[in-house]
Design a protein around this ligand. Structure first.
Ligand code: DOR
Ligand code: ZN
Length: 350
């Protein structure tokens, strides 16, 4: 059967998103709110979101920045620190102020200096989360400087994630933004009963490590975990397009001012929000798997998080729309979207 030119799916959710604050938030939020019903909002602000009060204030700021009429709902998260209080985390979960806890190993990535230095220090928190069914979202990379940057995810699986699963059999975990065939296999092997899932970004489905150096260094393709070699990209595409319940959409769209990316020490993050669902549609189309896009983008995530899928639908139409060259931020900076100035192969109809 030929692939369709028009696709109607349940409104998707983005299960991993960086929105920032202030002028940046106001510049980037409309792109996500147009496409997605909900998004898991990363808490790696400066300072990070570690208290219920701060999560509420951040949520209010996001709601105030929404375009009129948008039905988008931010799902807040708590940034895990060595000193985290199980009661505070539990209280926020029960009251609906946050839906998950984010674990950044200390110094693994952008704004992770307050992250966890040793999992033994947060054991009481993890035990409580296990008891109340609160998901733990993990940036899965070891921070050991001896380990090659391209191996940090694979080593994390053995060194950290496997023992964590063994110690906390009831803890529900999302391994965020998987980038390796190793992670895909690990998640599949441990997904039974919905205890382990993984998000996959659009850019890791499209870019491999060679693309980062095509004709020169491409700072806008640099993110963490870093893109791996082609065999890994192919494994990610196969996992996403499988429609299996343990894999779901999480863009990890992570805007930074252009000047911070194009620098002697450029920061990590790819800004995909302006064409997020369109990019996934392109990949699923190439895989001959458009009929599985809805499971990946709109159904598997809510099932893992024990929520209903969104009520409405979106319509995607074959035929491109130009990605903006730049997105202006009112504070004076600009952000460069992934595929800036290029045509998408699918577009979103309003
Ligand atoms: O590339 C990344 N950017 N990876 C992360 O883990 C953090 C994110 C950011 O906040 O910019
Ligand atoms: Zn992220």
């Amino acid at each position: 059967m030929p692939a369709p030119d028009r696709l109607v799916i349940r409104r998707p959710d983005d299960w991993h998103l960086h929105l920032r604050e202030g002028a940046m938030l106001r510049a980037v939020l409309p792109f996500t709110a147009r496409r997605f019903g909900r998004a898991i909002i990363m808490p790696n602000l400066k300072p990070p979101v570690t208290t219920v009060a701060r999560a509420r204030a951040y949520r209010d700021e996001i709601m105030a920045a929404l375009p009129p009429g948008a039905a988008f709902r931010p799902l807040m998260t708590c940034y895990l620190t060595d000193g985290a209080d199980p009661d505070e985390i539990d209280r926020g979960f029960r009251d609906g102020d946050w839906v998950a806890v984010k674990l950044y190993p200390a110094h693994a990535t952008t704004n992770s200096a307050h992250g966890v230095t040793d999992l033994a220090r947060v054991r009481p928190v993890l035990q409580r989360m296990e008891r109340i069914g609160m998901p733990l979202l993990i940036h899965g990379e070891v921070t050991d400087p001896e380990i090659d940057i391209f191996d940090r995810e694979a080593v994390f699986l053995e060194r950290t994630l496997a023992p964590l699963l063994a110690e906390h059999p009831g803890l529900r975990i999302v391994l965020e933004h998987v980038t390796t065939a190793d992670a895909v296999a690990f998640v599949r092997a441990n997904a039974a009963g919905g205890r382990l899932g993984a998000t996959i970004t659009a850019h890791h489905l499209i870019v491999n490590r060679t693309h980062m150096f095509q004709g020169g260094i491409r700072p806008h393709l640099y993110c963490l975990p870093i893109a791996k070699r082609e065999t890994h990209r192919l494994a990610l595409r196969e996992a996403a397009a499988s429609g299996e319940a343990c894999f779901f959409l999480g863009t990890d769209s992570a805007p930074h001012p252009i000047a911070d990316k194009e620098s002697a020490c450029g920061c990590a993050g790819v800004f995909t929000a302006p064409s997020a669902i369109e990019l996934y549609a392109e990949v699923f189309d190439e895989m001959g798997a458009l009929d599985r896009l809805e499971a990946f983008a709109s159904l598997n995530g809510p099932r893992f998080y024990r929520m209903d899928p969104n009520p409405g639908t979106i319509t995607l139409q074959r035929g491109g729309e130009t990605v903006p060259e730049r997105v202006a931020v009112a504070s004076g900076s600009e952000v460069l979207p992934f595929r800036a100035g290029e045509a998408t192969r699918w577009r979103l109809l309003d």
